[in-house]
Design a protein around this ligand. Sequence first.
Ligand code: HEC
Length: 174
Amino acid sequence: MGIAMKSKLLAIISFVVFGFSTQLMAHGGATGVVKERMEQMSDMKNALKILSDMFRGKSDYDVQQVRTQAKIINNHAGDALTQFFPEGSLTAPSEANGKIWQQWADFSALAVQLKSASGSLGEAAGQRAVAAPEVFLTMSMQAAPAKAVAPSADSYFKTLTKTCSACHTKYRNE
Ligand code: HEC
């Protein structure tokens, strides 16, 4: 094996080995409240993935499943979320931003918004958004097109995902 090929192989091996270990380390060293909230967040991530597959048509839409997953997120939202953020809890490898405690009212409002969006999603699970051609028809027949579309599971799902990312953009370091 030539030197060039050997070093190429080494580069691939170290990428695989170290690439994986960095991923493990991201949550690995966490302890206490930081570890707990990471676990809560991971639960929400799993629930969101199942929901997102259904709303994007990657898996069959199942009303009961939507309710179940929305409930998981609902249980982790509001006070259940903010209680895992005692002031100054930034121990490594936490990715939380110190602004959380300077802007606590805004941070907790996002946690409450997550509570209400996931609650509404559970309640509206049976109401899918009207398919595009129908919306078009309805809108062209109505004087106030903006009001033609009733709140649907789809719109609450959108609000839900926006709430996760709004909080991460502001309060989670990359
Ligand atoms: C009110 C703010 C807020 C909301 C809402 C929120 N998060 Fe987070 N999330 C955070 C913060 C802050 C962290 C960083 C925590 C840390 O590293 O200490 C985080 C971390 C995470 C992580 C990384 C966990 C880990 O193991 O490092 C995932 C995944 C995640 N959130 C998913 C979600 C999902 C999915 C939603 C919506 C369903 C959501 N979050 C809603 C604030 C929020």
